[in-house]
Design a protein around this ligand. Structure first.
Ligand code: DP6
Length: 343
């Protein structure tokens, strides 16, 4: 029996407008908008070998990983659609190009890369040869079933996931690339990730999303986030509205945390250091007039957003004012990336 392999390198992504809350089948309660990162990536290799006693193995950076159980379940669920999964021993090896659990959504790059491998293997095994757009839509849908935010990791530049009247071709099923709607200046956006606390486990995503189901502010959140994504898209069409864009993105990130703080049970994920950094960033913006701001996922780490042309000033600021509040002076510097690569 033939052996089949596929290798992909897929980026992590950072959401500017956040996916928070889901409907059944891992469909999003609201549309989200993100950009893929350049440095933070996962490299995955899937090999299908003749079926022996060992049906499945998952190695992360050469070692057994607790993530294996989640992946085994995922493959089991997918085998309904991809029945060939049951005909082989599935051997997966994966490694991150960034430190694991540093607050960068590693499940996004992990499921992005795995879904791309599976879509590629499906093409090899069934002889199906979808056009490129359809190939990535299929990969995005498979990625979504693993982790919602991973649906956006199969594209470079900017991606949009979730039905919205502001983006006619959008759908809840898979993410779509939206770079063509966004002004070229936004491709110079950078993301300096300030690692305030890497030990604290962020609220598990399933628990986090569930909080939205009966949230007292659910209706208000859905109204707000649909407006926010539409405004973000408008602002990103020109190079002139960077300050308004930064204000909007900060408000969106703080809304996510406001929702977590006021949910039942309540989660307070920001640390004193996170708040210090937020204050410092705002002071720096007031003093310099530079379009510099932040976004935050479901954790304490702060993503400092800035433009490449301001890098020297921002790096000096990070080093002199912000690293003090991080864990062991740790930070990662990243930027908008070109998307996944087949290796
Ligand atoms: C706050 O994609 O990790 O990062 O679908 O349950 O795997 P699951 O959730 P996940 O949630 C990400 C939430 C977020 C916002 C975002 O990336 O849009």
């Amino acid at each position: 029996m033939t052996t089949y392999t596929s290798n992909w390198l897929s980026p992590s992504n950072i959401a500017l407008v956040k996916y928070w809350g889901k409907k059944p089948e891992q469909l999003p309660m609201n549309p989200s908008l993100s950009f893929s990162l350049k440095q933070a990536r996962t490299r995955t290799s899937v090999s299908l070998q003749p079926l022996e006693s060992k049906k499945f193995s998952f190695l992360f950076e050469g070692k057994e990983s607790p993530f294996a159980t989640r992946i085994a379940k995922y493959l089991d669920a997918l085998s309904i659609e991809l029945p060939w999964i049951n005909d082989f021993s599935v051997l997966i090896e994966s490694a991150n190009t960034f430190p694991h659990s540093t607050g960068i959504a590693s499940s996004a790059s992990a499921f992005g890369a795995l879904a791309l491998c599976l879509t590629d293997l499906n093409r090899q095994l069934t002889g199906a040869n979808p056009e490129e757009e359809k190939f990535f839509q299929a990969a995005s849908r498979f990625a979504r079933l693993g982790s919602g935010s991973a649906s956006r990791s199969v594209y470079g530049g900017f991606a949009w996931w979730g039905k919205s009247s502001a983006m006619p071709e959008s759908t809840d099923c898979y993410a779509i690339p939206v770079s063509k709607y966004i002004h070229e200046s936004y491709f110079q956006l950078c993301d300096a990730v300030l690692l305030v606390d890497t030990k604290t486990k962020k609220v598990s995503s399933s628990a986090g999303h569930e909080l939205m189901n009966n949230h007292v502010y659910k209706a208000a959140r859905l109204t707000q986030v649909n407006q926010t994504i539409e405004q973000a898209l408008q602002l990103m069409k020109t190079p002139d509205e960077r300050m308004a864009f930064i204000d909007l993105v900060e408000q969106e990130a703080l809304s996510l945390h406001a929702l977590m703080m006021t949910s039942s049970p309540s989660f307070l994920l920001l640390k004193p250091g996170s708040l210090e950094i937020i204050e410092q960033i705002r002071d720096f913006r007031r003093q310099t007039g530079l379009p510099v701001g932040f976004t935050i996922d479901a954790g304490p780490n702060i993503h400092l957003l800035y433009w490449k042309e301001d890098q020297a000033q921002v790096h000096a600021f990070v080093k002199s004012e912000l690293l003090y509040y991080t864990e062991n002076g740790e930070w990662l510097d990243d930027q908008v990336g070109d998307g996944p690569i087949k290796e």
